[in-house]
Write a protein that binds this ligand. Structure first.
Ligand SMILES: C[S@@+](CC[C@H](N)C(=O)[O-])C[C@H]1O[C@@H](n2cnc3c(N)ncnc32)[C@H](O)[C@@H]1O
Length: 212
């Protein structure tokens, strides 16, 4: 699977397929440096198609990393609030863009999100405890304006990394329950071996796009 269309196979070579190297020193800086000029991820492209072309709306990019998707949002005329705990965040983006507000914050530190027409989180929300995940999901739901979209990648319990302390892995029922009261616009479950930088691993990923 190409890095642009699914699993984040641009992972650095540290770690093994069965162990996410997220706690290794400099892990996310190396990851972000490897993102380069790839195409925006599929989940974001779907969300942008669903959102239409009106400009000047507000998007939130949670765990923005190098900012490839942030850049696509800016190019599409969105005002973007990008969040990440990694100091090298937004290295693939014009950090001085007037429509960009960067927030160097861990998910655990976010106390509110701006009112938003789109909340996007690509391969990022699983990298926090379940308690933090649930708290942030409440903030995401509260931030969405009427007609707004939430577009996220979530990890499932069959993933090779399931059980890693400090991460969140959901059953399909738990993932679908997140969209209770919303209109599900897109749902895809991947439950198979696929590429990762540390070698092939079993990915269990839910793509969820839902509208208020
Ligand atoms: C797999 S990368 C995805 C980056 C980008 N969204 C993409 O699709 O390429 C995960 C990102 O989440 C960030 N991250 C991980 N844990 C985090 C946390 N607890 N709070 C905030 N950001 C976090 C990392 O710094 C990293 O940039």
């Amino acid at each position: 699977m190409p890095p642009s269309s699914g699993t984040p196979s641009g992972q650095p070579p540290s770690g093994t397929p069965g162990t996410p190297p997220v706690h290794a020193e400099g892990h996310w800086a190396r990851y972000n440096a490897g993102q380069g000029d790839r195409e925006p991820r599929e989940t974001l492209r779907r969300a942008l198609d669903l959102a239409g072309r009106e400009t000047g709306r507000t998007a939130v990019d949670l765990g923005c990393g190098a900012g490839r998707e942030t850049r696509a949002l800016l190019d599409g005329g969105w005002r973007v609030h990008a969040y990440d705990s990694e100091p090298t965040m937004l290295s693939a983006t014009d950090r001085t863009h007037p429509a960009l507000t960067a927030h160097l914050l861990g998910f655990e530190q976010i106390t509110e999100l701006p009112p938003a027409d789109l909340v996007y989180a690509g391969y990022a929300l699983p990298y926090q405890s379940r308690a933090s995940f649930d708290r942030l999901w409440t903030l995401i739901r509260a931030a969405l304006r009427p007609g707004g979209l939430v577009a996220v990648d979530l990890f499932g319990v069959h993933d090779a990394w399931a059980g890693t302390p400090g991460m969140t892995f959901l059953t399909a029922a738990e993932a679908t329950a997140l969209a209770t009261g919303l209109t599900v616009e897109h749902w895809h479950e991947e439950d198979e071996v696929g590429p990762a930088f540390g070698g092939p691993k079993h990915w269990h990923v839910f793509e969820l796009i839902a509208r208020v």
